[in-house]
Design a protein around this ligand. Structure first.
Ligand code: RB5
Length: 140
C-alpha cells in the first residue's frame, strides 16, 4: 500500500518510528513533511496528506502532531476524509472495521513510540467490515 504521512514539529520524532513500522510492513511511504523541529502549522500538513488520500495518490494516511487533535480536526474538514485519532489499539481496530478510517492521527506527546508502533500495526492490518457500517458512512 502507498501511505501518505505528515507531521508538525511536535510529531517529527514519532514520525521516524511510524515510517520504520510502515516500511517493515512492506508499505511505500510518501512523506509530506515537516522535516525539522522548527515550529510549523499543522493544518498545512493535514491538507497535503488529506488531498493525497482524497485524490487517490495514496490509499491511506497517517498524521502526527503533539496531541493528534489538531491534525484530526483539520483533516476531517476535507470531504471524503475520515480521520481517526487513536491513542490505543481498540480504537485503531474499530476505526477501520466500523468507520473505514482513511487517516490515522497520533498524539506524539500523548503516547510513546512502542504503543504508537502497535497502533500503526493494528490500524494497517484491520479491514472495513462494510454492511451496516457502509450505510452509516454514506450518511456523512
Ligand atoms: C503544537 O505546539 C501543537 O499545538 C500541535 O502539535 C498539536 O498538538 C495541535 O493539536
Amino acid at each position: 500500500m502507498k501511505v501518505a504521512i505528515g507531521c508538525d514539529h511536535g510529531g517529527i520524532d514519532l514520525k521516524k518510528t511510524v515510517v520504520a513500522v510502515l516500511t517493515e510492513l512492506g508499505h511505500a511511504v510518501d512523506d509530506q513533511g515537516c522535516n525539522s523541529t522548527d515550529s510549523v502549522d499543522y493544518p498545512n500538513f493535514a491538507r497535503s496528506v488529506s488531498t493525497l488520500v482524497k485524490e487517490g495518490g495514496c490509499e491511506c494516511g497517517i498524521l502526527i502532531c503533539g496531541t493528534g487533535i489538531g491534525m484530526s480536526m483539520a483533516a476531517n474538514r476535507i470531504h471524503g476524509i475520515r480521520a481517526a485519532l487513536c491513542n490505543e489499539m481498540f480504537s485503531a481496530k474499530m476505526s477501520r472495521e466500523h468507520n473505514d478510517a482513511n487517516i490515522l492521527c497520533l498524539g506524539a506527546r500523548v503516547i510513546g513510540p512502542g504503543l504508537a508502533a502497535e497502533i500503526v500495526r493494528t490500524w494497517m492490518t484491520s479491514e472495513f467490515a462494510g454492511g451496516r457500517h457502509q450505510r452509516r458512512i454514506d450518511m456523512f
